[in-house]
Design a protein around this ligand. Structure first.
Ligand code: C2E
Ligand code: CA
Ligand code: CA
Length: 406
């Protein structure tokens, strides 16, 4: 949503009179409508135009604002006389399913207020859950990191053929003093926008190294995978710090990155991924299939694992199309000499199908939910002594049968 306000409207009205000044606002509306046919437009007041539109990309807002500014800068012709408008813009962007109208209007109004203060400057800093809220949360996160409120849970990845747990993914949680356990979906975006993601990720690396040492001391030599936000792949200071931590500890780590994070700034992303790979960090491509898949980039990445997005995996046995996509993804990854991990494996049926398709590793609620490092240790002990809980054992048995049949 964009609110465009004509700031010299009062002056124009004194010059033109009420009726003709109102015509100017109507002109602005029709100019916007002609240039942006997808937008819904209305005059919010005599001097203000409201514009709403839906788009797949939040970044489209920048283009829209630039276009609106151009449209307002061009002179308006009223009965042969030229007039110049001065306009400011307050914009708010949110997710269609998550942001209600009232929220969006309030955020756009807040942005407009800031734009007025900056005298004509375009403000478009309101996104997703609300820019102010994100900023507040980012500040809170800084405290959380310093006061040890974060914790890591681990979700094992099982090697299908070897029937053993070869690695585990670290997933961050926030033990919030008031709100209880908060999931990453509710704070990673704030960490990214608020410039805390580097601190947070360096904390996860340190914690993962410490946890891995504990596992290793108990005889469980697992590689621990960490999620790395895309923006960090272009952050050389972060990459230096991360490499230093990992090299110094001689830790067996993996980094999961999404393809979209590489597409943003391919050159520096690829160079930095190579630096990670050079010191023994295994690179896994996360959420494959969820974003804009680009085979050209895939080939250039020093990645050893490809993780098929859980969206395809959870629907594997109920859709006609997804098994095809999964199967061809597995073949493609193997052709590129990568191992394939299916995430979101929730049912025996999905596991059996993936096994037959030649998927190398599986991860999901069927095998284990994300669990604390102590619980992972117990799980590994039980697995070692073949005393796995009933359902896990059953899944392994079926797994073996399916494999032999395949
Ligand atoms: P992700 O990397 O795709 O992680 C997998 C998510 O799917 C996890 O949610 C996990 O709990 C969930 N999951 C695992 N198995 C299943 C299953 O069988 N079915 C279904 N429906 N879901 C399953 P979680 O822990 O809430 O993490 C959400 C996202 O947050 C992660 O997605 C990752 O992108 C991000 N994230 C988590 N930890 C970190 C971190 O330390 N740093 C960064 N930058 N991002 C993180
Ligand atoms: Ca991941
Ligand atoms: Ca994933």
């Amino acid at each position: 949503m964009v609110l465009a306000e004509i700031t010299n409207f009062a002056a124009l009205r004194r010059h033109l009179g009420c009726a003709r000044a109102d015509l100017l606002t109507a002109d602005v509306v029709s100019r916007f409508a002609a240039a942006l046919p997808d937008a819904r437009l209305s005059a919010a007041s005599r001097s203000m135009v409201e514009l709403t539109m839906e788009s797949g990309e939040a970044s489209d807002l920048d283009r829209v604002l630039e276009r609106l500014r151009e449209l307002c800068d061009a002179p308006f012709n009223l009965e042969g006389e030229e007039h110049r408008l001065k306009a400011v813009f307050g914009a708010a962007v949110g997710r269609a399913s998550q942001t209600d109208d009232v929220r969006l209007v309030e955020e756009a109004e807040a942005a407009l207020l800031e734009a007025r203060g900056a005298d004509g400057a375009v403000k478009h800093d309101v996104t997703g859950p609300g820019a102010r809220e994100l900023r507040r949360m980012a500040d809170e996160l800084r405290v959380a990191i310093a006061e040890n409120q974060l914790l890591l849970l681990y979700q094992p990845k099982v090697h299908v053929r070897r029937q053993e747990i070869g690695s585990a993914e670290a997933l961050v949680r926030w033990r919030h003093p008031e709100r209880g356990l908060v999931l990453p979906g509710d704070f990673i975006a704030a960490a990214e926008n608020g410039g805390v993601i580097d601190l947070l990720t360096l904390w996860t690396i340190r914690q993962a190294i410490a946890d891995q040492r504990r596992l290793s001391a108990a005889g469980h030599d697992l590689r621990v995978f960490i999620n790395i936000s895309g923006q960090l792949l272009a952050d050389n200071a972060f990459v230096d710090a991360a490499c230093h931590l990992v090299a110094e500890a001689d830790a067996k780590l993996g980094f999961e990155v999404t393809e979209t994070s590489v597409i943003r700034d391919p050159q520096s992303a690829i160079a930095n991924l190579q630096r990670f790979a050079d010191i023994g960090i295994v690179i896994a491509i996360d959420d494959y299939g969820a974003g804009l898949s680009s085979l050209a980039y895939l080939k250039q990445l020093p990645a050893r694992e490809l993780k098929i997005d859980k969206l395809f995996v959870t629907q594997l046995t109920s859709s006609n199309r997804d098994p095809l996509i999964v199967r061809s993804t597995i073949d493609l990854a193997h052709a590129l000499e990568m191992e394939v991990v299916a995430e979101g494996v929730e049912t025996h049926a999905a596991l059996a199908l993936l096994t037959v398709m030649g998927c190398d590793m599986v991860q999901g609620f069927l095998i284990s939910r994300p669990i604390a490092v102590e619980a992972l240790m117990t799980y590994l002990e039980e697995d070692r002594h073949h005393q796995a809980p009933e359902d896990t054992r059953a899944s392994f048995n079926r797994l073996a049968t399916a494999w032999k049949r395949g």
